[in-house]
Design a protein around this ligand. Structure first.
Ligand code: EPZ
Length: 428
């Protein structure tokens, strides 16, 4: 079993580049099915979720190869329209392939992706939207069989609540429809804008991204046969490393970022007494905790759809609050079960009370290294952040969760001066 051995107490310094966004590259790799030729994706992060997506594309008949940070996909040889249960279960966000396969093949077969560590993860909004386009969807024992009688038709979709994945599936289907599809109350995350820019290169005319109404004028025919696209930086990886510098102390710069994408995290850290200065593509974080200073508690952190505080940054920021003076209140409004990291943080000596959506972190003076188990992707990253500010050595296990969304968390944090090593650990 691999673990990360983290020795806390070292301040961070230097600079590190933030890699491409997991939550942008996954839907764009699915959208490559709409290109009857080659897609070149630049700044593609090396993540286990990307590897699963490549396996899905190859299962469907595409040719895929990686050249450094580029992934080249040839979808001209697509020959299947189904994703087997095993592959679907490896990554529930594969549901975004549903819209892409339907748009290309006018039929699709996938199994329901099911829940994950964060809660049930329903897909009703996805299915209701695709049905509006004219898709017939049968759910038999968790297998979804989708077909289109004639062809997908443009329509008006009104989401009762913004959903990133359902908005992505809707954009994928709409990009292949003649006429104009209107999406009301779509998700506004930056990853949606990145997907829309990609679909624009295919020939779709998309307006209103980031607002409350998106219009898509699709192209029913083949469209472009060669597309290049560069993935936006990962704002959650950026938020994680900002929290790490805040927790450990030091003066470090995060490069290749869009500061506007992490504004809520910047605001919270500034409230905590962390100095943050921004340039067009970098963020400098200065924290004095290594000099005996203590961070202050931030105003209540309430997660919300973008541009609100991102649910994915809740756990990493919480790790930076464990020794902040006073109480920091978190309210998790997006997922039912996103406080699983709290029990592990308590093993370091953190004082956290959770009740329903709310978690109250009471600052403690000292944290002590412990053996920790990652519970999910961002919860696992929060354990690493917290371990940087604990005295002594912590071992973090179940790294498969972290490796889904961080290219090499130990490589990046070592580059900032952290004492963190990945090693094999045999349970004696
Ligand atoms: C995306 O998940 C991200 N994943 C998640 O990041 C992120 O936490 C989430 O958006 C919210 O920002 C990817 O992009 C691959 P949603 P998604 O649909 O699309 C409910 C990470 O750590 N809902 O916006 O699944 C749902 O239960 C991951 O990188 C329905 O009720 O999120 C949730 O409460 C974790 N019915 C809320 O909407 C539906 O049909 C938001 O979910 C769909 C969603």
């Amino acid at each position: 079993m691999e673990i990360l051995r983290v020795t806390g107490g070292t301040q961070l310094s230097g600079s590190v580049r933030i890699h491409g966004a997991k939550n942008s590259v996954l839907p764009i790799m699915a959208a490559s099915l709409l290109v009857r030729g080659t897609t070149v994706i630049h700044n593609c992060p090396k993540l286990s979720d990307v590897q699963v997506t490549i396996r899905i594309l190859e299962h469907l008949g595409c040719k895929v190869r990686r050249e450094g940070s580029d992934v080249i996909i040839d979808a001209a040889t697509l020959k299947r329209f189904d994703i087997p249960d095993g592959l679907m279960r490896e990554m529930r966000s594969s549901v975004v392939f549903l819209g892409a396969i339907l748009a290309r093949c006018e039929k699709a077969e996938i199994s329901s992706p099911g829940g994950c560590e964060l809660g049930p993860r329903p897909i009703n909004l996805h299915l209701e939207a695709l049905a509006k386009f004219g898709a017939n969807i049968r759910d038999e024992g968790g297998n979804l069989t989708c077909s289109v009688c004639d062809k997908l038709r443009s329509c008006e979709i009104h989401f009762p609540t913004p959903s990133v994945g359902a908005t992505e599936n809707t954009l994928l289907a709409a990009s292949r429809c003649e006429g104009t599809t209107t999406i009301i109350n779509p998700a506004r995350e930056p990853e949606i804008a990145d997907l829309a820019e990609f679909l624009g290169k295919l020939g779709a005319k998309i307006s209103g991204v980031g607002s409350g109404v998106i219009s898509v004028c699709g192209i029913p025919s083949a469209g472009a046969s060669y597309i290049e696209h560069s993935i936006i930086p990962d704002r959650i990886v950026c938020a994680t490393y900002m929290s790490a510098v805040a927790a450990a102390g030091g003066d470090a710069v995060l490069e290749s970022v869009y500061p506007g994408h992490v504004a809520p995290i910047t605001e919270a850290l500034r409230q905590m007494g962390v100095d943050i200065s921004l340039s067009d593509s970098s963020i400098r974080v200065v924290s004095r905790v290594h000099k005996g200073a203590f961070l202050k508690s931030a105003k209540p952190i309430e997660t919300a759809p973008y541009p609100g505080f991102p649910t994915d940054a809740q756990a990493p920021l919480m790790a930076a609050c464990l020794k902040a003076e006073g109480n920091t209140v978190f309210v998790e409004n997006i997922f039912e079960n996103r406080y699983r990291h709290c029990e592990e943080l308590r093993r370091l000596g953190a004082s956290i009370k959770t009740e329903g959506k709310t978690a109250i972190v009471s600052g403690v003076r000292k944290l002590k290294g412990a053996s920790l188990q990652s519970t999910d992707l961002r919860g696992g990253a929060s354990l690493v952040v917290a371990a940087l500010s604990a005295a002594g050595v912590s071992n973090v296990s179940q790294l498969q969760h972290i490796d889904r969304g961080y290219e090499s968390i130990e490589r990046d944090l070592t580059q900032l001066g952290a004492k963190i090593v990945r090693e094999n650990f045999s349970e004696g």
